[in-house]
Each structure stands twice: as C-alpha cells, then as structure tokens.
Design a protein around this ligand. Structure first.
Ligand code: DX5
Ligand code: ZN
Length: 232
C-alpha cells in the first residue's frame, strides 16, 4: 500500500426489506454508509432475479443523493447500461463475460457521465484489465459466486486483491478496489489489508434489522468503521 486510502462502505440492498426500500436506504445512510450497492440480476447471467432501473430511479425520486453503485449481473449488458445512466446511477459495473465488447461497454458508461467498473467472478482472471486500465474507475472482485446474499467469503480473494492492488498502483490511475460477498465485521480488516478500499456488505448490515428501531444499522456500521480505523 503506497498511500492512506479512504474507505467506503457500500451496503447491498439485496438484503434490505424491499417492501420498505426507501426507508431502509435512508436508515443505512444515516448510520454512516457511503454508497448504495444495487444488485441487478437477470435470471440468465446469474440464477436470480432482482431489481432494475425503475427502482434506481425511484430511489433518486425518494431523495437519495448518495452514490448508487449499480452492479449489473445481466447479459447482454449494453442496453441496461444506458437505462442505468438515465436512472441516476453513479457507478455502473459489469462482468466482462457478459459483454461481447468490453471496451465499448466501458466507454458507454463513461460517455453517459457515470463511473465505469469491471467485475471479476472468483474464477475470472484479472487479465481482462490488460488493455483497459485507463477506462475503469472501479475494479470489483467478487468474493462469492454472484447470485445470492449470505454466502461465505472465498479466501483466495485475498491474494487476488493483492494482485489487483498491485495493478492499480502500477497504473497510476485513480481506481477504486471493491470487494463483494461475505464481508463481515470479523474479516473486513484482513480484506482491507489485502488492498480493498470499498466494501460491499449485504447480510452483515441488513441482518442487524430490528422491528421498530430506525437506528438498528448504527452498531454494525460503527463496528466496520472501528475495524478499518484500527488498521495501521
Ligand atoms: C451477490 C451480490 C452481493 C450480495 C452480497 O451476487 O453481488 O452484493 O448482496 O451479500 P453478502 O454481503 O450477504 O455476501
Ligand atoms: Zn453486488
């Protein structure tokens, strides 16, 4: 690690109460979340079906001003990139296997005024980055296989994070390194030490929900912050 990094915590609304989504997002942001991680699944690229651009737009209309990190687990991807740009996404990330033309898809995102990211499944090689480091604002390493919340962190991700961090530092570009899947209070420090600076957490955050308590997310967010602050 060359310089101190700012850490961002991005709760995944996949584990939120969808019947009260606006309120859930308000509460988690009030508890100190930095980014809203928005998982888009199509029952084709991944075996689950979630939410699309209309829900992203609805969150903006509800008054959410925090960055929205649209993680597209869809194939094909280009048409939905345009829809998420229009819906107010901040980051748009996609899996290289889901695009026939990775460079074009990255450019579509930036041309639309959003930040572009590539997502790597556990078995997807980082070599997809070889010729596009100047076109990415975010590298997202999946630490579970995509499709579901509540899975266990795959330990091999730590070594892959170190490799991705080395690529970022060598490139000189301002690129965030995000990790997604199985991030908990007891492993976030180790994940940060491996090089991540942006942490998606779904079940760890929304699992803290207690009926009638609008502050139920405060303690888990505080614990994440404490773990990160204790890093030397
Ligand atoms: C999985 C999603 C994740 C998921 C993470 O495909 O991309 O964002 O919500 O959930 P947890 O934190 O429960 O592993
Ligand atoms: Zn995700």
């Amino acid at each position: 690690m060359t310089a101190p990094r700012d850490f961002l915590i991005a709760p995944s609304i996949l584990s939120a109460d969808f019947a009260r989504l606006g309120e859930e997002v308000d509460n988690v942001l009030a508890a100190g979340a930095d980014v809203v991680h928005f998982d888009v699944m199509d029952n084709h690229y991944v075996p689950n079906l979630t939410i699309g651009p209309m829900v992203c737009e609805a969150l903006r209309k509800h008054g959410v001003t925090a960055p929205i990190d649209a993680h597209l687990m869809v194939k094909p991807v280009d048409r939905l990139i345009g829809d998420f740009i229009d819906a107010g996404a901040t980051y748009v990330t996609f899996h290289p296997e889901a695009s026939e033309h990775v460079d074009r898809s990255l450019q579509l995102i930036r041309d639309g005024g959003c930040k572009a990211g590539l997502v790597f499944n556990p078995a997807t090689p980082l070599s997809y980055l070889d010729y596009v480091m100047d076109k990415v604002d975010m590298i997202l390493l999946m630490s579970v296989n995509p499709g579901f919340g509540g899975q266990s962190f795959i330990p091999a991700t730590l070594d892959k994070l170190r490799q991705a961090r080395a690529r970022i530092d060598a490139s000189g570009f301002d690129i965030r390194l995000e990790v997604d899947g199985g991030v908990k209070v007891d492993n976030i420090a180790e994940i940060a030490r491996a090089g991540a600076d942006t942490f998606v957490a779904g079940s760890a955050v929304f699992g803290a929900r207690r009926a009638g308590d609008p502050h139920h997310y405060d303690s888990v967010m505080d614990k994440f912050r404490a773990e990160l602050a204790a890093l030397s």
